[in-house]
Ligand binder design. Structure first.
Ligand code: MN
Length: 720
């Protein structure tokens, strides 16, 4: 068991401990010993060993005196009769705040239920926001619990290891505390996948002697080379942690023998300039592997990590990873946030240091995430993901998760830029919206005022922000559309019984029935109808006698036909009577073309889908959800169509077919041809046409091509 003096010694190595702080720590120690007296840990050790070890870790993390005092007291409120008030009166407000924070995190319920788990993480992050020391102390607590995990039962062991792996190790990574992160990863790995852990552990042990020899040899070469360059530096070579090696094997699908860069060499220099000179020395000794050089000095990682990374071909033709950084950068890499703290005796100089910086803060802004699953996904993604940096045309730097696309980029500028983004230029070249950005890219977003987010964007965006913004737009659009649809269904159903919904609404004849159905207002009712949660009949029943409801619906009156409702064009060249603002989608199953009879189907929340009116899919749907639509004759647009051509397999036939399509002034978006046997071949052509007539004409002219056996139109493809 670590002694109090050892802890004080650790503290003195990085801050100057005043005499009264020494007393303060001692007081906390005596108090903790008193209230935990008689308690034992699962290992059989006296309970006090735990707060002491945790405090030792806190000192290893180079935290302040308040954190150390909190470490000693962290379990008193939870596990003894001590109250928070007592802690406050004995040790002050700051300590009681920290103890309370740590206790609250410890009490977050473990559950496999995803929404409860999400709520726990949300609290954890909220705690972090106020004072990161709470989470740093909790990390120390968790690290000691992981070190002694073997004394717990198998179930609890697995659960704690899993939580550590998913949440605490990434948090340590986010705070930049390398040694805590790697130890947490190795310990979780050991309990989650014991077999693999033991196997690798033994393999590594068997190689150690060889590796140590190799490290000495390489260090010798670098040392000599740096001396020639006149650079003073410290060189270390250390083995990657077991989980790191395992992960490398998994990601690159390698056997243990094939993982060469298990050793990371580090050159620690005394100045920034020496870093780049040392890099030159290394690259002039061994050939660098192209694409593996990374300058995290110019572009630090999100957790402020800085270094030069390179991979070279080493003395035995093996890949060798070398990291070069200054002493200061090294401290930041090892100690993370705490390395930024400046101590004035036992205290941190500025209160600001306790606060969260960077993207972690953004986690807190996600108040509008309703779905716990989304939240969980987001938080895990944000904790684990690394970043790319891209520039605006004006040179502003934007930080994005790996895999980010121009759409993600657009949303970091402004929600409206994201919502209306249509095209993107990267480094002056037009790229698709799902292009994966790389660090250093300059991104220009082109917007169009009548563009809206596309559901498909969700498939490729990488940032939480973009995902949330797109989802929230789709959700509000869905609500809007559902209300429209609900309104349409209600009016039509009423009309079938000779009633005018709007008139009755105005005369307040529906108020009573609506409130009986527990609707606040008619909008809410429309929404429920639109989503299919309630039937209009439920409302009608309260207004019309049951006997009348059973009568067959009346036919549309002549007057109705004469007084055509105002129709207006909507996107895609389809007119929907009565609606000028409804979303239109063409059904993939039948992919109708202008010139064909069509019918609309009112979907739940996604506007109206246009089918051919003899489409078999329509037969299965609720007749009430069908709506009359017509082609907008004034619309000058194009629709995709697919044709299938069977022909003899003679040279040049594809050219003949495509040229016959082109002479009809029709654009081909895709052409594919494959042989079926020696004699014949099948070609598919994706084209765009203005209407059915044009399609029929082009099919006729293809038929005339020599060797063409048949021409058919295909529907139900995916490119509609
Ligand atoms: Mn504890």
């Amino acid at each position: 068991m670590i002694r109090l003096n050892d802890i004080v010694e650790k503290l003195n190595s990085y801050l100057h401990l005043p005499e009264n702080d020494r007393e303060y720590i001692k007081r906390a120690y005596v108090y903790s010993a008193k209230v935990h007296a008689g308690q034992k840990r699962s290992s059989g050790e006296p309970y006090l060993s735990h707060p002491l070890e945790v405090t030792g870790i806190i000192a290893d993390m180079k935290l302040d005196v308040s954190s150390v005092v909190t470490g000693l007291l962290h379990d008193t409120v939870e596990d003894t009769l001590t109250s928070l008030d007592e802690i406050e009166s004995l040790f002050g407000k700051e300590i009681s705040f920290l103890v309370d924070g740590v206790t609250k995190i410890s009490q977050l319920p473990y559950t496999s239920k995803i929404d409860e788990q999400a709520e726990s993480f949300r609290k954890l992050i909220l705690a972090t926001a106020k004072d990161i020391r709470v989470v740093l102390i909790k990390l120390a607590d968790r690290l000691h619990n992981m070190r002694t995990l073997e004394f717990l039962g198998d179930d609890r062991r697995k659960r704690i290891a899993k939580e550590t792996f998913e949440i605490y190790a990434p948090l340590a990574h986010r705070f930049g505390i390398y040694w805590v992160r790697t130890e947490l990863e190795d310990l979780s790995f050991r309990f989650l996948n014991n077999e693999e852990y033991e196997r690798l552990f033994k393999l590594i042990e068997s190689k150690k002697k060889e590796w140590v020899k190799y490290v000495d040899e390489v260090k010798g070469i670098i040392d000599k080379r740096l001396e020639e360059f006149g650079i003073k530096a410290e060189i270390t070579g250390r083995f990657k942690h077991i989980y790191g090696i395992y992960n490398k094997m998994k990601v690159q699908n390698l056997e243990f023998d094939k993982v060469f860069d298990v050793i990371a060499f580090r050159i620690i220099t005394s100045s920034l300039r020496d870093c780049y000179e040392a890099l030159g020395a290394v690259h002039s000794t061994w050939k660098p592997v192209p694409g593996r050089f990374k300058d995290f000095i110019a572009l630090p990682k999100v957790n402020s990590y800085q270094a030069l990374h390179t991979t070279v071909i080493g003395p035995y033709g093996e890949r060798m990873e070398i990291q070069i950084r200054t002493r200061r950068m090294h401290e930041i890499a090892e100690y993370g946030v705490a390395a930024h703290w400046k101590y004035k005796e036992g205290k941190i100089e500025s209160d600001e240091s306790y606060k969260v910086y960077g993207t972690l803060r953004q986690l807190l802004e996600w108040k509008d995430i309703k779905d716990p699953k989304e939240f969980l996904e987001a938080i895990k993604g944000e904790l684990i993901s690394d970043v790319v940096y891209a520039f605006t045309p004006k040179g502003d730097l934007k930080e994005l998760p790996i895999g980010a696309t121009p759409v993600d980029f657009a949303y970091t500028i402004h929600t409206e830029i994201g919502n209306k983004c249509t095209r993107a230029m990267v480094n002056g070249k037009l790229v698709p919206l799902d292009y994966k950005l790389r660090s250093g890219d300059t991104v220009e977003i082109i917007t169009t005022s009548d563009k809206y987010p596309n559901r498909d964007w969700l498939k490729f965006v990488a940032s939480t922000r973009a995902k949330n913004k797109i989802r929230s737009w789709l959700r509000s659009e869905e609500t809007k559309q559902s209300k429209l649809v609900g309104k349409s269904i209600s009016e039509r159903k009423f009309k079938q019984h000779g009633l005018d919904f709007q008139k009755m609404l105005k005369k307040r004849e529906l108020d009573k029935a609506l409130s009986e159905l527990k609707f606040k207002d008619v909008e809410e009712f429309f929404l429920a109808v639109g989503f299919g949660k309630v039937s209009v009949v439920d409302l009608l029943k309260r207004i019309v006698p049951e006997s009348e409801l059973e009568q067959p619906p009346e036919k549309e009156s002549r007057i109705d036909k004469i007084i055509k409702t105002i129709t207006r064009s909507t996107e895609g060249g389809v007119l929907v009577r009565g609606y000028d603002d409804v979303m239109i989608k063409f059904a993939r199953c039948c992919s109708p073309l202008p010139g064909e009879e069509i019918l609309g189907y009112i979907t739940r929340g996604r506007g109206i889908t246009i089918h051919k009116n003899d489409c078999p899919q329509l037969l299965d749907v609720d007749p009430l959800r069908r709506i009359e639509v017509e082609w907008d004759k004034s619309y000058k647009g194009f629709r995709p169509a697919k044709i299938l051509v069977t022909c003899t397999d003679r040279p040049g036939i594809l050219t003949n077919i495509t040229s016959s399509i082109s002479t009809s002034e029709i654009n081909i978006s895709k052409a594919e041809m494959h042989s079926t046997d020696v004699e014949s071949a099948i070609g598919t052509f994706d084209i765009v046409v203005s209407d059915l007539e044009q399609l029929e004409n082009v099919m006729k002219s293809i038929k005339k091509v020599e060797g063409v056996l048949s021409v058919e139109r295909v529907v139900g493809g995916d490119e509609i």
